[in-house]
Design a protein around this ligand. Sequence first.
Ligand SMILES: Cc1cc2nc3c(=O)[nH]c(=O)nc-3n(C[C@H](O)[C@H](O)[C@H](O)COP(=O)(O)O)c2cc1C
Length: 323
Amino acid sequence: MKTRITELFGIEHPIIQGGMHYVGFAELAAAVSNAGGLGMITGLTQKTPALLAEEIARCRTMTQKPFGVNLTFLPTVNSPDYQGYINAIIQGGVKIVETAGNNPQKWMPVLKENGVRVIHKCTSVKHALKAEAIGCDAVSVDGFECGGHPGEDDIPNFILLPRAAEELKIPFVASGGMADARSLVAALALGAEGMNMGTRFIATQEAPVHENVKQAIVAASELDTRLVMRPLRNTERVLNNAATQRLLEKEAALGKDLKFEDIIEQVAGVYPRIMLDGEMDAGVWSCGMVAGLIHDIPTCEELISRIMREAEALIKQRLAGML
Ligand SMILES: Cc1cc2nc3c(=O)[nH]c(=O)nc-3n(C[C@H](O)[C@H](O)[C@H](O)COP(=O)(O)O)c2cc1C
């Protein structure tokens, strides 16, 4: 399949693996890229720029194909050394960056001067247009369904994607709630040029996370996510578990007085315990409603080739057959 996204990134299939904290290691990024998609190392999971440089080098030993690095500009307890991470990306020869969270404008000149293509992930048409205006090459439009941070507008992709198509000139991919060929074909119909998946890629053989995490996703239904941190305007869609329940109880009890410090135990530093050690109730962790559509743990190659094969059948048989 050829779209503006496959052309822009030099990939075979219009499928991107979004950056994921403590999931987006070299193993997953390389597996997605080797399968013809675009894999993404999660920059901030590497504690220092030097470690990111090592992770990039490790990924190069596993794939010859293009891969990217995610840089997330979110409110964090201590601001990371973004300049250092960007140096590691440039010196590592990575030519694709997925930015997310705050506006990446400050870093656009250095990225562009070094021939890096930037895809900015955002949750509103307003922010997508801003990304276009500051020179981003593409946008990942992340609907309300998504795992992680859906923003505060709550617009699902059936509305958000066609709205983005009405306004944007640069290509965009659909993100949030994407799992299979049906997602891809629907996303293309709504104006996107590909799709970005998070949760679906966690439940793959190569995702270097604990088996408990993969099984939790397969076991979850579309009813099993919750929105947390809404009172802090830092909304996150997470899997419902004991920590999520504790956090929601605190939110209900403290109301408008809730501060980050009140919930720090459930949210700060919990990812390694969950993703690596499989302690499923150690804290809250991002998961999309799309868990309801995830029933197996294939390799990335099996997943992506199945999506492309079934997408072709959907377009050529089911849809064409209706005309
Ligand atoms: C466990 C997990 C961790 C994530 N961490 C990040 C992150 O660090 N930075 C980021 O930009 N997006 C992050 N995301 C969001 C994904 O990149 C992607 O946008 C989202 O998962 C898409 O929705 P989906 O899960 O329905 O596919 C995370 C998502 C998950 C599920």
